[in-house]
Design a protein around this ligand. Structure first.
Ligand code: 5GP
Ligand code: MN
Length: 346
């Protein structure tokens, strides 16, 4: 409670605040950032949201998105650096390890600003002055709502803020389908609807707004890029650079693809390997009885949640797939019987 009081004092306006989140922000990352930004602006603060990369265009409706600074944009980087150097408070949302945001993390690590982490991922790094963190929360947006209510500012949550927060909870629960869809999730989203969030509009904007290229890309991936290892209860997609070019792939176009692999009967582990400019990006998903984030952390320099994690590989795509298949075979017992990974002695 003392920590909450100190946080409340810190955000007393006027303060210069920078908010950041993880690379390729999803609806929870951007929704929590803009939800928090709009709330803090309403209180009278000067707030800048800086994202480490761009984000999908289907999030472009959130209030304040046009003011977001993409750190990868060379023209905007000097402004981002100025805002960080002037910041009195830096708030990190939906991630909790500075190494995840590369150069931006190094700069934030060196800053003397009061640092805040609000997150629901496992194994957070201990660098913040105030941490509001729980792996029981389905989404960072759920934590932001909780925090604003605890501060006593619920009346400041308007339609715009409610819609940002609703979006993050909706997507991080997989549209209220995943096991993290708790009673609290329904209570909070009910409140957000009461506060003005148009839930049908948000679902349509996020799930039902496709480009022709994206739909054709999904069809292509399903028919040509899906590998099913039935005996290993595993299925994965591998998408190479040429595929991405052929379908003029935009940020966000591969989002959700991995779930088709997990929807197959008898499949408990699904993965999506995407060959990007800076290496292979991997998305892992698993059914409720399989823990996948430890596998991602152990072998693919990643992490995340029990049933939804991510990682990367610097090997070429074919070698990455070979490595993945070998590791699934080797760790079959561990993965499907919920055992701890055995660390090799070096
Ligand atoms: P997605 O597959 O949707 O990109 O990510 C699934 C989950 O894993 C998200 O909670 C995301 O934050 C986390 N995640 C994705 N990539 C990485 C990564 O490279 N490192 C870590 N630690 N977490 C990741
Ligand atoms: Mn999240």
């Amino acid at each position: 409670m003392q920590a909450l009081e100190s946080f409340k004092r810190q955000i007393t306006p006027p303060k210069k605040i920078v908010i950041t989140t993880h690379p390729k922000p999803d609806a929870d990352a951007l929704g929590s950032s803009l939800g928090m930004a709009n709330y803090l602006i309403k209180k009278g603060n000067d707030v800048t949201v800086i994202t480490p990369t761009d984000y999908p265009s289907f999030l472009n409706w959130m209030k304040g998105h046009e003011d977001v600074i993409n750190f990868e944009d060379k023209n905007l980087k000097p402004l981002a650096l100025k805002k960080i150097s002037e910041a009195e408070i830096i708030i990190c949302l939906d991630f909790s390890n500075l190494s995840r945001i590369n150069e931006l993390g190094e700069i934030i690590g060196k800053s003397k600003a009061y640092k805040v982490v609000i997150d629901h991922h496992q194994d957070p790094e201990d660098f913040a002055d105030f941490m509001y963190w729980s792996t029981k929360a389905a989404a960072t947006c759920e934590l932001i709502y909780d925090l604003i209510v605890k501060i006593g500012d619920q009346e400041l949550i308007d339609k715009d803020i409610a819609e940002c927060l609703y979006a993050g909870i909706m997507t991080d629960t997989g549209g209220f389908k995943h096991p993290n869809t708790t009673k609290n999730v329904h209570l909070v989203t009910a409140e957000l609807i009461e506060l003005g969030a148009d839930n049908c509009k948000i679902a349509r904007l996020i799930y039902d707004t496709n480009s022709v290229n994206r739909l054709k890309f999904i069809g292509f991936a399903l028919s040509r890029r899906l590998v099913i290892l039935q005996e290993l209860k595993t299925a994965y997609f591998s998408i190479n650079k040429k595929d991405l070019r052929k379908y003029a792939s935009q940020t966000g176009d591969t989002e959700g693809l991995v779930n088709y692999a997990l929807s197959l009967d008898g499949i408990k582990i699904a993965a999506l390997f995407t060959e990007r400019e800076d290496g292979i990006k991997i998305s892992f998903r698993s059914t409720e009885d399989v823990v996948i984030n430890k596998f991602a952390a152990e072998y693919f320099n990643g992490g995340g949640h029990k049933n939804a994690a991510g990682g990367k590989s610097d090997l070429p795509l074919p070698e990455t797939l070979e490595k993945f298949e070998t590791l699934i075979k080797e760790n079959k017992e561990t993965l499907f019987n919920q055992l701890e990974f055995i660390h090799e002695k070096s």
